[in-house]
Design a protein around this ligand. Structure first.
Ligand code: HEC
Ligand code: HEC
Length: 376
Protein backbone atom coordinates (compact mmCIF):
# COMPACT_ATOMS: atom_id res chain seq x y z
CA UNK A 1 0.00 0.00 0.00
CA UNK A 2 2.82 2.40 0.92
CA UNK A 3 4.44 1.79 -2.45
CA UNK A 4 1.16 2.45 -4.21
CA UNK A 5 0.68 5.68 -2.30
CA UNK A 6 4.15 6.93 -3.14
CA UNK A 7 3.63 6.04 -6.78
CA UNK A 8 0.39 7.96 -6.83
CA UNK A 9 1.79 10.99 -5.03
CA UNK A 10 4.74 11.27 -7.37
CA UNK A 11 3.00 10.56 -10.65
CA UNK A 12 -0.44 11.98 -10.09
CA UNK A 13 0.30 15.62 -11.15
CA UNK A 14 1.51 14.34 -14.51
CA UNK A 15 -1.41 12.06 -15.01
CA UNK A 16 -4.24 14.32 -13.96
CA UNK A 17 -5.03 15.26 -17.50
CA UNK A 18 -4.51 11.84 -18.90
CA UNK A 19 -8.02 10.63 -18.77
CA UNK A 20 -7.34 6.99 -19.54
CA UNK A 21 -4.72 6.68 -16.87
CA UNK A 22 -7.05 8.31 -14.40
CA UNK A 23 -9.57 5.56 -15.07
CA UNK A 24 -6.86 2.96 -14.60
CA UNK A 25 -5.95 4.57 -11.29
CA UNK A 26 -9.47 4.50 -9.93
CA UNK A 27 -9.88 0.90 -11.05
CA UNK A 28 -6.77 0.00 -9.10
CA UNK A 29 -8.12 1.70 -6.00
CA UNK A 30 -11.43 -0.13 -6.30
CA UNK A 31 -9.64 -3.45 -6.75
CA UNK A 32 -7.47 -2.75 -3.74
CA UNK A 33 -10.42 -1.85 -1.54
CA UNK A 34 -12.32 -4.95 -2.65
CA UNK A 35 -9.36 -7.19 -1.87
CA UNK A 36 -9.45 -6.14 1.79
CA UNK A 37 -11.43 -8.27 4.26
CA UNK A 38 -14.87 -6.82 4.88
CA UNK A 39 -14.21 -6.71 8.62
CA UNK A 40 -11.09 -5.76 10.46
CA UNK A 41 -9.32 -8.44 12.54
CA UNK A 42 -10.82 -7.04 15.68
CA UNK A 43 -14.37 -7.13 14.36
CA UNK A 44 -14.61 -10.84 13.78
CA UNK A 45 -12.70 -11.80 16.91
CA UNK A 46 -14.91 -9.53 18.99
CA UNK A 47 -17.92 -11.16 17.42
CA UNK A 48 -16.49 -14.59 18.26
CA UNK A 49 -15.90 -13.43 21.84
CA UNK A 50 -19.47 -12.22 22.07
CA UNK A 51 -20.69 -15.64 20.86
CA UNK A 52 -18.63 -17.37 23.57
CA UNK A 53 -20.04 -15.13 26.28
CA UNK A 54 -23.60 -15.58 25.01
CA UNK A 55 -23.76 -19.00 23.33
CA UNK A 56 -26.39 -19.60 20.63
CA UNK A 57 -29.71 -21.09 21.71
CA UNK A 58 -29.47 -24.78 22.55
CA UNK A 59 -26.09 -24.52 24.29
CA UNK A 60 -25.37 -24.03 28.00
CA UNK A 61 -23.10 -21.37 29.44
CA UNK A 62 -19.48 -21.92 28.37
CA UNK A 63 -17.16 -22.43 31.33
CA UNK A 64 -13.68 -21.08 30.83
CA UNK A 65 -10.78 -21.26 33.35
CA UNK A 66 -10.90 -18.19 35.60
CA UNK A 67 -7.15 -17.78 35.22
CA UNK A 68 -7.47 -17.57 31.44
CA UNK A 69 -10.55 -15.55 30.47
CA UNK A 70 -11.38 -15.23 26.78
CA UNK A 71 -10.48 -12.01 24.97
CA UNK A 72 -10.73 -11.01 21.34
CA UNK A 73 -6.93 -10.76 21.14
CA UNK A 74 -6.50 -14.37 22.30
CA UNK A 75 -9.17 -15.67 19.91
CA UNK A 76 -7.67 -13.78 16.96
CA UNK A 77 -4.17 -15.05 17.74
CA UNK A 78 -5.49 -18.60 18.21
CA UNK A 79 -7.14 -18.53 14.79
CA UNK A 80 -3.92 -17.37 13.17
CA UNK A 81 -2.06 -20.25 14.80
CA UNK A 82 -4.79 -22.76 13.95
CA UNK A 83 -4.43 -22.07 10.23
CA UNK A 84 -0.65 -21.73 10.17
CA UNK A 85 1.31 -24.46 8.34
CA UNK A 86 4.49 -23.23 9.99
CA UNK A 87 3.32 -24.99 13.17
CA UNK A 88 4.34 -28.31 11.63
CA UNK A 89 7.98 -29.23 11.34
CA UNK A 90 8.05 -29.32 7.53
CA UNK A 91 5.59 -26.44 7.05
CA UNK A 92 3.13 -28.81 5.43
CA UNK A 93 0.34 -28.96 7.93
CA UNK A 94 -1.81 -26.85 10.21
CA UNK A 95 -4.53 -27.85 12.64
CA UNK A 96 -6.96 -27.00 9.85
CA UNK A 97 -5.42 -29.63 7.55
CA UNK A 98 -7.26 -32.29 9.54
CA UNK A 99 -9.94 -30.13 11.16
CA UNK A 100 -11.17 -28.51 7.93
CA UNK A 101 -13.76 -25.77 8.53
CA UNK A 102 -15.72 -26.59 5.34
CA UNK A 103 -15.86 -30.23 6.44
CA UNK A 104 -17.36 -29.56 9.86
CA UNK A 105 -13.87 -29.02 11.37
CA UNK A 106 -13.06 -32.65 10.65
CA UNK A 107 -11.91 -34.48 7.47
CA UNK A 108 -14.70 -35.90 5.35
CA UNK A 109 -12.51 -37.60 2.77
CA UNK A 110 -10.74 -40.20 4.83
CA UNK A 111 -12.00 -42.53 7.60
CA UNK A 112 -8.94 -41.73 9.70
CA UNK A 113 -6.83 -38.59 9.61
CA UNK A 114 -3.68 -38.26 7.50
CA UNK A 115 -0.55 -36.85 9.10
CA UNK A 116 2.74 -35.40 7.76
CA UNK A 117 4.11 -37.27 4.78
CA UNK A 118 0.67 -38.76 4.08
CA UNK A 119 0.80 -41.25 6.93
CA UNK A 120 -2.58 -42.61 8.00
CA UNK A 121 -3.46 -42.16 11.65
CA UNK A 122 -5.53 -44.75 13.44
CA UNK A 123 -8.40 -42.47 14.39
CA UNK A 124 -10.98 -40.19 12.85
CA UNK A 125 -10.46 -36.47 13.45
CA UNK A 126 -13.31 -35.29 15.70
CA UNK A 127 -15.24 -32.16 14.85
CA UNK A 128 -14.20 -29.10 16.85
CA UNK A 129 -17.62 -27.46 16.90
CA UNK A 130 -18.57 -26.97 20.56
CA UNK A 131 -15.36 -28.66 21.73
CA UNK A 132 -15.17 -26.12 24.57
CA UNK A 133 -17.88 -28.12 26.38
CA UNK A 134 -16.03 -31.43 26.27
CA UNK A 135 -15.02 -32.60 29.74
CA UNK A 136 -12.45 -35.00 28.33
CA UNK A 137 -10.70 -34.87 24.97
CA UNK A 138 -9.80 -37.46 22.34
CA UNK A 139 -11.83 -40.58 21.63
CA UNK A 140 -10.39 -42.23 24.73
CA UNK A 141 -10.63 -39.13 26.96
CA UNK A 142 -6.92 -39.18 27.76
CA UNK A 143 -6.68 -35.38 28.00
CA UNK A 144 -8.84 -33.02 30.02
CA UNK A 145 -7.46 -29.59 29.26
CA UNK A 146 -8.02 -27.98 25.89
CA UNK A 147 -4.97 -25.76 26.28
CA UNK A 148 -2.71 -28.77 26.99
CA UNK A 149 -4.27 -30.92 24.27
CA UNK A 150 -2.49 -29.08 21.43
CA UNK A 151 0.84 -30.66 22.34
CA UNK A 152 -0.56 -34.01 21.23
CA UNK A 153 -0.77 -33.14 17.52
CA UNK A 154 2.10 -30.63 17.63
CA UNK A 155 4.62 -33.19 18.89
CA UNK A 156 3.26 -36.44 17.45
CA UNK A 157 5.76 -37.71 14.87
CA UNK A 158 2.80 -38.85 12.79
CA UNK A 159 0.96 -35.54 12.97
CA UNK A 160 2.83 -32.23 13.01
CA UNK A 161 6.16 -33.86 13.92
CA UNK A 162 7.84 -31.11 15.94
CA UNK A 163 10.79 -32.30 18.01
CA UNK A 164 10.01 -30.30 21.15
CA UNK A 165 7.88 -27.46 22.50
CA UNK A 166 10.93 -25.19 22.57
CA UNK A 167 11.50 -25.79 18.85
CA UNK A 168 8.03 -24.46 17.99
CA UNK A 169 8.15 -21.61 20.47
CA UNK A 170 11.51 -20.44 19.11
CA UNK A 171 10.14 -20.62 15.58
CA UNK A 172 7.04 -18.60 16.41
CA UNK A 173 8.96 -15.97 18.33
CA UNK A 174 11.23 -15.54 15.30
CA UNK A 175 8.36 -14.96 12.85
CA UNK A 176 7.84 -11.31 12.00
CA UNK A 177 4.09 -11.56 11.60
CA UNK A 178 3.68 -12.84 15.17
CA UNK A 179 5.68 -9.96 16.61
CA UNK A 180 3.69 -8.23 19.33
CA UNK A 181 0.66 -10.54 19.10
CA UNK A 182 1.49 -12.72 22.11
CA UNK A 183 2.57 -9.61 23.99
CA UNK A 184 -0.82 -7.98 23.34
CA UNK A 185 -2.82 -11.10 24.22
CA UNK A 186 -0.79 -12.41 27.18
CA UNK A 187 1.64 -9.68 28.18
CA UNK A 188 4.64 -11.85 27.27
CA UNK A 189 6.21 -13.53 24.22
CA UNK A 190 5.04 -16.96 23.06
CA UNK A 191 5.75 -19.83 25.44
CA UNK A 192 4.58 -23.41 25.89
CA UNK A 193 1.65 -22.28 27.99
CA UNK A 194 0.18 -19.36 26.07
CA UNK A 195 0.54 -21.11 22.70
CA UNK A 196 -1.90 -23.77 23.92
CA UNK A 197 -4.08 -21.16 25.55
CA UNK A 198 -4.42 -19.15 22.35
CA UNK A 199 -5.34 -22.22 20.32
CA UNK A 200 -7.84 -23.18 23.03
CA UNK A 201 -9.34 -19.66 22.99
CA UNK A 202 -10.06 -19.91 19.27
CA UNK A 203 -11.49 -23.41 19.59
CA UNK A 204 -13.68 -22.36 22.51
CA UNK A 205 -15.25 -19.75 20.26
CA UNK A 206 -16.45 -22.38 17.75
CA UNK A 207 -19.91 -22.56 19.23
CA UNK A 208 -22.60 -23.74 16.88
CA UNK A 209 -26.27 -24.28 17.67
CA UNK A 210 -29.60 -22.55 17.04
CA UNK A 211 -30.44 -25.58 14.91
CA UNK A 212 -33.94 -26.36 13.62
CA UNK A 213 -34.19 -28.75 16.61
CA UNK A 214 -33.45 -25.95 19.09
CA UNK A 215 -35.90 -23.54 17.52
CA UNK A 216 -38.58 -26.23 17.59
CA UNK A 217 -37.85 -27.40 21.12
CA UNK A 218 -36.88 -24.20 22.91
CA UNK A 219 -38.62 -21.46 20.91
CA UNK A 220 -41.70 -23.56 20.22
CA UNK A 221 -41.47 -22.86 16.47
CA UNK A 222 -43.75 -25.68 15.34
CA UNK A 223 -42.53 -25.72 11.74
CA UNK A 224 -38.81 -25.20 12.42
CA UNK A 225 -38.29 -28.96 12.13
CA UNK A 226 -40.07 -31.30 9.67
CA UNK A 227 -42.58 -33.82 11.00
CA UNK A 228 -40.27 -36.71 10.22
CA UNK A 229 -37.52 -35.17 12.41
CA UNK A 230 -40.04 -34.63 15.22
CA UNK A 231 -40.95 -38.32 15.08
CA UNK A 232 -37.22 -39.00 15.02
CA UNK A 233 -36.73 -37.08 18.26
CA UNK A 234 -39.38 -39.25 19.94
CA UNK A 235 -37.50 -42.33 18.79
CA UNK A 236 -34.20 -40.78 19.91
CA UNK A 237 -35.47 -40.35 23.47
CA UNK A 238 -37.80 -43.37 23.40
CA UNK A 239 -37.64 -46.63 21.48
CA UNK A 240 -34.14 -45.96 20.10
CA UNK A 241 -32.70 -45.34 23.57
CA UNK A 242 -30.15 -42.92 22.07
CA UNK A 243 -30.56 -40.19 24.69
CA UNK A 244 -29.35 -42.66 27.31
CA UNK A 245 -25.83 -41.67 26.23
CA UNK A 246 -26.39 -38.75 23.83
CA UNK A 247 -27.97 -36.66 26.57
CA UNK A 248 -30.65 -33.99 26.10
CA UNK A 249 -30.84 -31.62 29.11
CA UNK A 250 -33.49 -29.16 30.19
CA UNK A 251 -32.94 -25.98 28.22
CA UNK A 252 -29.93 -27.19 26.24
CA UNK A 253 -28.43 -30.30 24.67
CA UNK A 254 -24.86 -31.36 24.01
CA UNK A 255 -25.85 -34.93 23.10
CA UNK A 256 -23.06 -36.44 25.16
CA UNK A 257 -22.85 -37.71 28.73
CA UNK A 258 -19.02 -37.50 28.57
CA UNK A 259 -18.77 -41.23 29.34
CA UNK A 260 -17.20 -44.19 27.52
CA UNK A 261 -19.06 -47.15 26.03
CA UNK A 262 -18.48 -50.28 24.06
CA UNK A 263 -20.90 -50.13 21.13
CA UNK A 264 -18.98 -52.80 19.26
CA UNK A 265 -17.17 -50.55 16.78
CA UNK A 266 -13.79 -51.16 18.41
CA UNK A 267 -14.30 -54.92 18.57
CA UNK A 268 -15.51 -54.94 14.97
CA UNK A 269 -12.39 -53.08 13.77
CA UNK A 270 -10.12 -55.37 15.74
CA UNK A 271 -11.85 -58.47 14.36
CA UNK A 272 -11.41 -57.06 10.86
CA UNK A 273 -7.69 -56.62 11.48
CA UNK A 274 -7.98 -52.83 11.39
CA UNK A 275 -7.76 -50.08 14.01
CA UNK A 276 -4.09 -50.84 14.68
CA UNK A 277 -4.82 -52.48 18.01
CA UNK A 278 -6.94 -49.62 19.32
CA UNK A 279 -8.16 -50.65 22.78
CA UNK A 280 -9.98 -47.39 23.44
CA UNK A 281 -10.40 -46.22 27.01
CA UNK A 282 -8.60 -49.29 28.34
CA UNK A 283 -5.27 -47.98 27.09
CA UNK A 284 -5.77 -44.97 29.38
CA UNK A 285 -7.37 -46.56 32.45
CA UNK A 286 -5.52 -49.91 32.24
CA UNK A 287 -8.81 -51.49 33.30
CA UNK A 288 -9.85 -54.50 31.24
CA UNK A 289 -13.51 -53.52 31.66
CA UNK A 290 -12.76 -50.48 29.48
CA UNK A 291 -11.71 -52.48 26.45
CA UNK A 292 -13.18 -51.01 23.24
CA UNK A 293 -14.95 -48.25 25.14
CA UNK A 294 -14.92 -44.87 23.42
CA UNK A 295 -16.18 -41.45 24.38
CA UNK A 296 -19.78 -40.58 23.51
CA UNK A 297 -19.44 -37.87 20.85
CA UNK A 298 -21.79 -34.87 20.78
CA UNK A 299 -24.11 -34.99 17.78
CA UNK A 300 -24.52 -31.32 16.87
CA UNK A 301 -23.67 -30.71 13.19
CA UNK A 302 -23.30 -34.47 12.78
CA UNK A 303 -24.72 -34.25 9.24
CA UNK A 304 -21.53 -32.36 8.29
CA UNK A 305 -18.95 -34.57 9.95
CA UNK A 306 -18.96 -37.92 8.10
CA UNK A 307 -17.44 -40.47 8.24
CA UNK A 308 -18.47 -41.58 11.72
CA UNK A 309 -17.13 -43.33 14.84
CA UNK A 310 -13.59 -43.25 16.23
CA UNK A 311 -12.25 -45.17 13.24
CA UNK A 312 -14.44 -43.51 10.60
CA UNK A 313 -15.79 -46.95 9.70
CA UNK A 314 -19.39 -45.80 9.12
CA UNK A 315 -19.94 -43.67 6.05
CA UNK A 316 -23.43 -42.20 6.45
CA UNK A 317 -25.93 -41.30 9.13
CA UNK A 318 -28.30 -43.91 7.79
CA UNK A 319 -25.61 -46.57 8.18
CA UNK A 320 -25.01 -45.34 11.74
CA UNK A 321 -28.69 -45.73 12.62
CA UNK A 322 -28.75 -49.15 10.93
CA UNK A 323 -25.73 -50.15 13.01
CA UNK A 324 -27.65 -49.39 16.21
CA UNK A 325 -30.77 -51.03 14.85
CA UNK A 326 -28.80 -54.27 14.41
CA UNK A 327 -27.76 -54.03 18.07
CA UNK A 328 -24.23 -52.75 17.43
CA UNK A 329 -21.51 -55.34 16.94
CA UNK A 330 -21.55 -58.34 19.26
CA UNK A 331 -18.60 -58.75 21.64
CA UNK A 332 -18.22 -59.71 25.30
CA UNK A 333 -18.08 -56.12 26.58
CA UNK A 334 -21.01 -54.74 24.57
CA UNK A 335 -23.00 -52.22 26.63
CA UNK A 336 -26.36 -53.57 27.81
CA UNK A 337 -28.38 -50.79 26.17
CA UNK A 338 -26.93 -51.53 22.73
CA UNK A 339 -29.37 -54.17 21.47
CA UNK A 340 -31.54 -54.76 18.39
CA UNK A 341 -34.12 -51.95 18.24
CA UNK A 342 -36.64 -53.31 15.75
CA UNK A 343 -36.94 -50.00 13.89
CA UNK A 344 -38.70 -50.17 10.51
CA UNK A 345 -37.46 -48.29 7.44
CA UNK A 346 -39.58 -45.23 8.13
CA UNK A 347 -38.35 -45.04 11.70
CA UNK A 348 -34.75 -45.27 10.50
CA UNK A 349 -35.39 -42.37 8.13
CA UNK A 350 -37.06 -40.42 10.93
CA UNK A 351 -34.01 -40.78 13.16
CA UNK A 352 -31.79 -39.63 10.29
CA UNK A 353 -34.07 -36.62 9.71
CA UNK A 354 -33.73 -35.77 13.38
CA UNK A 355 -29.92 -35.97 13.26
CA UNK A 356 -30.00 -33.71 10.20
CA UNK A 357 -32.00 -31.15 12.16
CA UNK A 358 -29.02 -30.68 14.49
CA UNK A 359 -27.06 -28.51 12.04
CA UNK A 360 -26.49 -25.09 13.59
CA UNK A 361 -27.74 -22.00 11.78
CA UNK A 362 -24.37 -20.27 12.15
CA UNK A 363 -22.22 -22.93 10.49
CA UNK A 364 -21.64 -20.91 7.30
CA UNK A 365 -20.83 -17.82 9.33
CA UNK A 366 -18.26 -19.77 11.37
CA UNK A 367 -16.67 -21.12 8.20
CA UNK A 368 -16.32 -17.74 6.53
CA UNK A 369 -15.05 -16.28 9.78
CA UNK A 370 -12.42 -19.03 9.83
CA UNK A 371 -11.50 -18.39 6.21
CA UNK A 372 -11.16 -14.66 6.84
CA UNK A 373 -8.76 -15.45 9.63
CA UNK A 374 -6.88 -17.82 7.33
CA UNK A 375 -6.58 -15.41 4.46
CA UNK A 376 -4.93 -12.65 6.33
C1 HEC B 1 -2.86 -35.07 11.21
C2 HEC B 1 -4.22 -34.69 11.50
C3 HEC B 1 -4.45 -33.77 12.68
C4 HEC B 1 -3.84 -32.56 12.92
C5 HEC B 1 -2.77 -31.86 12.12
C6 HEC B 1 -4.46 -32.05 14.13
N1 HEC B 1 -5.41 -32.92 14.59
FE1 HEC B 1 -6.62 -32.64 16.16
N2 HEC B 1 -7.22 -34.55 16.05
C7 HEC B 1 -6.87 -35.45 15.05
C8 HEC B 1 -7.30 -36.78 15.43
C9 HEC B 1 -7.12 -38.05 14.60
C10 HEC B 1 -7.89 -36.67 16.70
C11 HEC B 1 -8.42 -37.82 17.56
C12 HEC B 1 -7.22 -38.44 18.26
C13 HEC B 1 -7.55 -39.45 19.32
O1 HEC B 1 -8.71 -39.57 19.74
O2 HEC B 1 -6.63 -40.12 19.77
C14 HEC B 1 -7.84 -35.25 17.04
C15 HEC B 1 -8.38 -34.72 18.21
C16 HEC B 1 -8.39 -33.37 18.51
C17 HEC B 1 -9.10 -32.78 19.62
C18 HEC B 1 -10.00 -33.50 20.61
C19 HEC B 1 -11.45 -33.28 20.26
C20 HEC B 1 -12.41 -34.08 21.07
O3 HEC B 1 -13.62 -33.83 20.96
O4 HEC B 1 -12.00 -34.98 21.81
C21 HEC B 1 -8.84 -31.43 19.58
C22 HEC B 1 -9.35 -30.38 20.54
C23 HEC B 1 -7.95 -31.20 18.46
N3 HEC B 1 -7.71 -32.40 17.82
C24 HEC B 1 -7.41 -29.97 18.13
C25 HEC B 1 -6.32 -29.83 17.26
C26 HEC B 1 -5.45 -28.66 17.19
C27 HEC B 1 -5.61 -27.40 18.02
C28 HEC B 1 -4.51 -28.93 16.26
C29 HEC B 1 -3.34 -28.05 15.83
C30 HEC B 1 -2.37 -27.75 16.88
C31 HEC B 1 -4.80 -30.26 15.73
N4 HEC B 1 -5.89 -30.77 16.38
C32 HEC B 1 -4.09 -30.84 14.71
C33 HEC B 1 -6.22 -35.12 13.89
C34 HEC B 1 -5.41 -34.00 13.75
C1 HEC C 1 -24.61 -46.88 25.28
C2 HEC C 1 -24.39 -45.52 24.85
C3 HEC C 1 -24.93 -45.13 23.47
C4 HEC C 1 -26.19 -45.27 22.97
C5 HEC C 1 -27.39 -45.91 23.63
C6 HEC C 1 -26.17 -44.68 21.65
N1 HEC C 1 -24.92 -44.20 21.37
FE1 HEC C 1 -24.36 -43.29 19.65
N2 HEC C 1 -22.46 -43.33 20.28
C7 HEC C 1 -22.01 -43.78 21.49
C8 HEC C 1 -20.57 -43.87 21.48
C9 HEC C 1 -19.69 -44.33 22.63
C10 HEC C 1 -20.16 -43.48 20.20
C11 HEC C 1 -18.72 -43.45 19.67
C12 HEC C 1 -18.35 -44.84 19.23
C13 HEC C 1 -17.01 -44.91 18.55
O1 HEC C 1 -16.41 -43.88 18.28
O2 HEC C 1 -16.55 -46.00 18.27
C14 HEC C 1 -21.37 -43.11 19.48
C15 HEC C 1 -21.39 -42.61 18.18
C16 HEC C 1 -22.54 -42.23 17.51
C17 HEC C 1 -22.56 -41.56 16.23
C18 HEC C 1 -21.33 -41.14 15.44
C19 HEC C 1 -20.96 -39.71 15.76
C20 HEC C 1 -19.63 -39.30 15.20
O3 HEC C 1 -19.39 -38.08 15.19
O4 HEC C 1 -18.83 -40.12 14.79
C21 HEC C 1 -23.86 -41.36 15.89
C22 HEC C 1 -24.38 -40.69 14.65
C23 HEC C 1 -24.66 -41.89 16.97
N3 HEC C 1 -23.82 -42.41 17.94
C24 HEC C 1 -26.03 -41.88 17.00
C25 HEC C 1 -26.76 -42.64 17.91
C26 HEC C 1 -28.16 -42.94 17.76
C27 HEC C 1 -29.03 -42.44 16.63
C28 HEC C 1 -28.49 -43.74 18.80
C29 HEC C 1 -29.82 -44.41 19.07
C30 HEC C 1 -30.30 -45.27 18.02
C31 HEC C 1 -27.31 -43.91 19.61
N4 HEC C 1 -26.28 -43.23 19.04
C32 HEC C 1 -27.25 -44.63 20.80
C33 HEC C 1 -22.79 -44.12 22.57
C34 HEC C 1 -24.15 -44.45 22.45
Amino acid sequence: MAALETFIRVTRPYLLHACLLEILFSTLVVLYVQSQPAHSDDDWARHALERSLHPPIGLPELKVPKSDPLTAAKIGLGAKLFFDDRLSRDNSMSCASCHVPEQGFTSNDTPTATGVGGRALRRNAPSLFNVGYMKRLFHDGREGDLSAQVWGPLLSPLEMANASPSEIIARINSLRDYRGLFQTAYGRPADARNLGQALAAYQRSLLSANAPFDRWRLFGEADAMPLSARRGFSLFTGKGGCARCHTVEDGYALFTDHQYYNTGIGAQSAAGGGAMGDLGRMAVSRDLADIYRFKTPGLRNVALTAPYMHDGSIATLKDAVRFYNRGGAANPGLHASIKPLGLNDREIDDLVAFLQALTGSNVDALISEARNAFDR
